[in-house]
Design a protein around this ligand. Sequence first.
Ligand code: ADP
Ligand code: MG
Length: 391
Amino acid sequence: MLFGKKPGYDPDYDLKIEESLAKNEYPAEKLDAARASEHTSLCAQMCTKEVWDKYKDVVSSGPAKWTLARAINTGVTYPDSFVGCHAGDKESYDDFSDFFYPVIEKYHSGFSMEKGSDLKGTPSERMDPDRIKVDLSDSAKNKIASTRIRLARNLSMFPLNPGGSRQSREEVIDLMKKVYAVIPDESDLAGELFLHTTMSEEKRQSLIDAHFLFRGKDRMQAASGYHEHWPHGRGVYLNKAQTFINWINEGDHLRIISMEMGGNVRAVFERLSAGAKLIEDGVRAITGDEEVFMMHPKFGAVTCCPSNIGTGMRGSVHIMVPKLIEKIGFDEIDRLCRERNCQARGSSGEHSEVVDRIDVSNWRRIGLPEYELVEDMIRCANFLAEEEDKV
Ligand code: ADP
Ligand code: MG
């Protein structure tokens, strides 16, 4: 059975602009309430009245014609969001700098926008598995169900999706179709592209359940405009072994993913590096653009959400620590992870519950080479495994 017009989609998740923002008025009440709560989003912290007044009539100089009202819709609508703001194009970050720069510096602790990132070497050098100097302990390896490392990337020829259209999303996927079509059959990375417009509901759900596909239907993502024009332009590419995966237009244009069962972090990292290069070279061969992935001179890869900018890399393991969950709970585990520059997520990813496994990943994504971020994740997994063994 093919799904209907909007597969797995609920109209409740259509983009709605919060009432005050729709009138381009400062949402004082909502932001005050968010600031008074224990959990204050970065959006609520940084969007002061002064910042609002400075930018309320500014329109970004890029293709999205982005506004501050659009940028902060998620954080204003949902006081429980963590970041709560999004860019509509690359230019948004600089055009609203008094808002976005503090958000960036607060999220990526230790990073300074003034100094910028001075990562040495090419991406392939920084993603060389031989540069990873720490190993998973035997105890950690025994507890790891699977390993996944992804890069968030956007294509420089299009607006970011929250500021894009149905057409821009369709153009992204049309371009990617051509890139995948020329991957030689004998390559480990060769596979098939599945489109949301033609995929059966059963197929889609089975890919989600296997952790291969984004879920859609997320209230916070909807408020940022990620789900607009669903399902057009959405898709997923899977190689034959289901270890190299690309998400197309979930939020960012591309999520380039390498994953496999078990804890062979180096193999996952190596495949990701090769896969990212394949995609970059493949797009360049078609469009002729020198800058394939959208890059900012100060921080590197540009993404819709400020949490992903920089390397755009999140490396995670799914680790089984049932006794620790029972003893101290998820929130305390997350706190311990954050002390180690990592974070904990639920069994099905961000905003999901813990069923059995915990997703442990690097928290920072900027100003540090990719192999060091992988090391953060390995050290944190080793620590959690040790704590589990002590219970
Ligand atoms: P992302 O940072 O890529 O947006 P999400 O938190 O949205 O990640 O999760 C996306 C999907 O990837 C979810 O299905 C999640 O369970 C899955 N996932 C994340 N880490 C792993 C892992 N180490 N092994 C298997 N699946 C994973
Ligand atoms: Mg996600």
